[in-house]
Design a protein. Structure first.
Ligand SMILES: [Zn+2]
Length: 217
């Protein structure tokens, strides 16, 4: 399904380096909004029709909202790399701005899924077999699925019951699919990735509740 890609001159560019602080991204996002919109209307996805889009979702409840192919590495996981981690993020952006950033080819980062705060709606931005650049650590990127949650680490009101439930169901499905244990050793926060300077999902993320929900509790 993947179209052949020209190898990047810097194949690990942006991969080992944590993605920029979200506050700087916010400023950048505001500045680059027009260019992102122009890129989208420029027909980046002209080769993909509705049927392709419909077929591209790995999780039945998700809506396909493809990231720019410049923001991840095409792969054939789990054949090329085992998948044994789920990495939990918080966006520090609105849902819509997060999707727009992932579609911006200059962003150099994205995650597989984004979960919306208000209703738990899920967009899928990168196929699970591809390596999304979300952890700021190439090894962790290669063997993980990244899930972003709309919200801000210092404001727990964003972490709604709908969002917890929807995300936990997604993570449970991923764990079942790849044989990943549903525990804190394998479902980790971005903050726990070696080398990161990110703090998400932060102290307001209810890990006990989340792991219980992932286990069907
Ligand atoms: Zn993160």
């Amino acid at each position: 399904m993947e179209r052949p890609r020209t190898p990047r001159t810097d194949p690990h560019g942006g991969l080992a380096v944590p993605h920029p602080d979200r506050r700087s991204l916010l400023r950048g996002g505001l500045a680059m909004g027009a260019s992102a919109a122009a890129a989208l209307t420029g027909g980046l996805w002209a080769g993909s029709g509705p049927a392709d889009a419909a077929a591209a979702v790995d999780y039945p409840g998700a809506t396909w909202a493809p990231a720019s192919t410049a923001n991840y590495t095409a792969a054939n996981r789990p054949t090329t790399y085992p998948i044994n981690l789920v990495v939990i993020h918080v966006t520090q952006e609105t849902f819509a701005d997060t999707i727009a950033l992932f579609q911006d080819p200059s962003h150099a980062a994205c995650a597989h899924y984004v979960v919306r705060s208000a209703d738990g709606h899920i967009d899928q931005c990168v196929r699970e077999h591809d390596v999304a650049w979300h952890a700021g650590n190439w090894d962790y990127n290669t063997r993980s699925i990244g899930i972003e949650h709309e919200g801000y680490v210092d404001d727990p009101s964003w972490f709604t019951t709908d969002m917890y439930h929807a995300s936990a169901a997604l993570t449970a499905e991923i764990c079942d699919k790849y044989g990943i244990p549903k525990d804190r050793e394998h479902i980790i926060g971005h903050v726990e990735v070696p080398g990161t300077d990110h703090t998400d999902p932060g102290p307001n993320w209810d890990w006990v509740r989340y792991i219980r929900d992932v286990n069907g509790g």
